[in-house]
Design a protein around this ligand. Sequence first.
Ligand code: BV8
Length: 253
Amino acid sequence: MGPETPFEVPMALARRLTPDTRVVALTGSGMSAESGIPTFRDAQTGMWSRFRPEDLATPEAFARDPARVWQWYEHRRAGVRVAKPHAGHQALLELEWRVARLSIVTQNVDGLHQRSGSGRVIELHGNILRSVCSRSGREIDAEWIAASQDCPPPSPYMSGALARPNVVWFGESLPQQAFAQAVEELRNCDVCLAIGTSALVQPAASLPLIARDAGALLVEINPDKTPLSPLAGFCLHAPASLALPAILRAIKV
Ligand code: BV8
């Protein structure tokens, strides 16, 4: 498929997306890849190339070396701040106007769906641009963080506590309300789009199965195969920035 041939989706799929359809888009880091934010599978670069994300995104890593973990997040935040939504984000925004309900349940922490204007975004794993007190979990103002010379900044709330990124680390529970809302959306949707996720990280990876078991059509958008592929009614082996606009074009026909 050269750049000149636009990606086509089956009409059978387009017919399942009507003004009465309730849709959930479950997105992973592949949804942000074309905005320049590396996926978790992508090899880490530069000084971070010798670390695995799973070894840095944990409470143990932060307890052992808070400065190193904080620096990794500052490095990633810099990339997130300059990242721009792509045509796939725009297509999700337009899809929201063409179906009865579109909820985005994202594993991503970059806030790109909100920045692209999507109305209903559930962040399962938090948001990298926000910081909280390492002991109380209270949100810390960005101004406090920016004004601090320390790495990581101290918490303003409890002496001895530190600022930490407001993300869910491996071994930590997901925010209860967000997860419960996500399960509710998936139990009550007609179509679940699994976009840019390797479907390996739990419990997010089980969410598409909740939709499928409740009778929804599962559609996977991913250049690669994943454990979800055999369970999907349609597998669109294409990047999100091509597949999602192609779905919109097919609906409009
Ligand atoms: C919990 C925030 C328990 C942080 C993240 C065995 C051993 C040890 C632990 C476990 C285990 N089995 C299960 C666990 C638990 C663990 C887990 O699942 N581990 C995995 C590694 C096996 N899960 C947890 O720890 C969770 N918590 O279980 O708590 C508990 C229970 C009760 C009480 C107390 C505790 C917490 C998990 C959340 C971790 N935090 N992120 C940060 O960002 O720094 S996870 C992080 O990695 C992402 O958020 C995301 O969820 C995940 C990466 O997955 P993907 O998003 O899918 O990205 P990936 O790179 O894998 O894949 C990208 C895909 O996109 C690929 O398929 C690629 O083909 C595709 N793609 C590429 N380009 C494109 C594209 N697709 C479309 N278009 C493109 N252009």
